[in-house]
Design a protein. Sequence first.
Lengths: 644, 374
Amino acid sequence: MIRSGGESKITLLGRRMFIISAAKAVIVCGIVTRLISLQITEGKKYKTLSDKNRFREWKFSPPRGLIKDYFGKEIASNRQVYQLHIVPENSENLELLFFRLKTILNLSENKIQSLRKKIKSQKPWDPVIISDNLNWSDFSKINLFLHELQGVEPVVSIARLYTEPSSAHVVGYVSKVSKKDLQNKEYLQKKIATGTRVGKTGLENILDPKVIGDVGYKRYEVNAYGKRIKEISIDPGKAGENFRTTLDLDVQKLASSLLANKSGSVCVMDIYKGDIISMVSSPLFDSNKFVHGISQKDWNSLMSHRDKPLINKAVSGLYPPGSTIKLLSAISALENDVFNPKTVIQCKGHIELYGEKYHCWKKKGHGYLDMREGMKQSCDVYFYEVARKLGIDRLAETAKKFGLGQAVLENLIEEKRGVVPDTSWKKKYIGKNWYLGETLHAGIGQGYWQTSPLQLCLMMSQIANGGYKIKPRIILKKEEDRTFDNLKQFIQDKKIFSEDVVSLYDFISKFKYKSLFRNPENIKFVQDALFGATNEPRGTSYSSRLKNDKFVFAGKTGTSQVKRFTEKQRELEVKNEDLPYEDRDHALFVAFAPYIEPRYSISVLVEHGGSGSKSAAPIAKQVIKKVLEKHNQRELISEKGESV
Amino acid sequence: MFRPGSIQSHLSFRDKILSLDLVLFFSVLILGIISFFAMYSTDAGKFDYHTKSHIIRFIVFFTLFIIISFLKINYWYNSSTYFYLLILILLVLVKFFGLSSSGSQRWLNLYFINLQPSELMKIALILFLSKYYHRISSSDVNRLKYLLSPLVALIFPIILVITQPDLGTAFLIAAGGVIVIWLAGVKMKFFAYLSVVFLSLAPVAISFLKPYQKSRILTFLDPSRDPLGAGYQITQSKIAIGSGGFFGKGFLNGSQSYLDYLPEKHTDFIFTLFSEEFGFFGSILILALYVIITWRIVQIGNLTRDAFAKLYCFSFATAFFIYVVVNMCMVLGLIPIVGAPLPILSYGGSSMLAIMIGLGIVMSCKIHKDEPIG
């Protein structure tokens, strides 16, 4: 028997085994401690982590809030749409499915190709939208064949519907979320789900954060690969807030029908509240096409259209103000005490300055006239003289005071600010000194001026209301509900104080209004001259006047030159209508109504429409009538409280 | 090769059955039964492939465990060198004919089983070294000449396994071998020298590590480094165990495993699954069973009289303990994920075969404790 090494070996073995056993005990204690810490001390924490693993939420968009007009009629609403989704992992043979769908729905090969790509790019349990807007017959056909279309899910969903095409520009449209939207709109991070539509332009864009609503959640138990095992709960989310606007759909419809087949815009504003009653741009476009993604063909036809239908000309169209600037030229000259309105000037059809000829629109001249007549007949020669004495910088200062060169509305992304030219502006942007000749052109609203129809409408409002600064608005807000409670009182009191400048200032300061004048007589003078322009013979818009006492209005025409007449054309007496369409002048008209106790102002623009008196003023006439007819109805609502 | 009749012993069959160690026997049996339920749960409450084949394997290998128990200990003593060489040859064959799976070549296709020789090497090395130290006198143990062959016997299979690559099993094989050498009485200073050599070689070794192995180690040091990649396993395992609480989520209710958050839930992470479903209570039960088995093997070692049997039992007990501890520490996030199965509980034929052979030899030591070896 070999007992190799004898006892000593065994003893050593036992001793070392003892050391190991001690070490084992320590390790076991360590493991137990760890188990206690994980399962008992921190058990709760891991329990939550495990639930977080276990449940996953799928977001979906709630219905967008409605946008209504002042009288509660819906401009942007919602409707049921029928959609078709595919869950790729539920389908046994995708190609066969595509083939079947192709025959049922007439899908193009391109569309199928892009669907294949999409399916490849995402997880097999994430649904792919085949169509987000099926018509009823296709939808019922699909339901009929459903048993042989494995993986297809018909879904009833809700999508934006624009009921009123006349308001397409002001309301704007929604469309699929782009990368840019995600960058620029922070609120989207919380509010976005698959298929969410986001406001791109107009009110849809401004109101987007509120109108989009809070996303709903479907809670599912999922496995580690994200596959849904079963539904746990549903949170419907919160539908978007509804909004009421200051717009009047009836006026919108009328204005857009008057602009049919023309390119232009109509703006109507409450001269005290700044409520925009109408803002129409022509030609119209169908905003519903954007909701489900506009087709390339439709898009191309919109983009190649001569009159650029997608542009809201009321705020993004910039035009020289033409003779409508004469209102400000006069006010500026009078306020700065550089011109006496009684000054009589002879108009011979043109004047000469440093060898350069400056023409009046009337070739044979107006003869002798004072400032009121000059305004009434829109004599250019008279206002060359006014501008020469006034100087461009003072005119520009007044123009800015009355709202030109600035955005009228807050947050409207498509709005452009335009240009109010003065000496420093020219130095900065063109890099040249200002010439006196340019002052003369500026005085009649030609040259560097760039104004939007809405700016001109605001200008008109602030003259018509007696010279008070107002803040235009479209969206009615609850917190502003009581802002105009004392409006009636204000209009009454204004009449009493109008003679007394000092107490008038005092009175105004009690209101939120800020006065834009030094002497109220100057504003009144312009109002009176405009009355003449519309309601007295030889006035530029005499032919478009309304005779009914209730509807009498006062306005100023304007013609905004697209191309300057050459000497040759002048000699040949080329008429505007004979020019190619693109070279014809834009027609402008601004007015306020009624003349006595005015309440509304309007601006009309007809692109390449020729003269303001011929094409713009007649439109204004009809719109004004409609607005005044609806005045009482409007006041009734205003008394009841404006917010939703 | 060996003397006829050496397999037979003078003990009768009845004696052998009576001298079975019942504590060890039943501990292993209970663990096996628990493993059926665990496996049933990994199959999401269905009597599926994993459950079926695990049960069959357990029954077959548990029978093998009993059969081995009845073989004379002398038989294992005599054949340990051949056994070691046989496994070594198989390891070399793996290099040429082995089956690959997820980037490592570990298995031999033997038609009835995909054998993983590295698992068997765990036992073979312990057997071989135990016999070696049984044969040399204690005065020779610390002589350089006698240190050489154990070192070669240790390093050769380790290199083969590391290059498969299978870091986890290589480590476990090494642990078993080193334990025998240490228990045999080799002086501490040699271990010190050896560790100095290894530490100085560590930078070289790191440069040989595969990227995924490096990332596992880095992830262990900071699991949040890459929560969806390599850190994912540790994080999810900790969540599963932690969320089990005191009494667990209940049988078949482990959401982490049911929803596939647990990686390798049949094999390396079986403890996590059990712990999630049965909580702290269940974890301690499993841990206790393993401690009992280890303690029992040491007890058996104490009963035996020969250096071989003692060395073998003590070393195997320790190695077995290390397998358990490495796996548990791994799933508890205490050490890096190395890929080490939990004995008996984990799904895997070779691992179970190795453990059952190992346990069988221990049992044989008990039954034949009075028979001299050599």
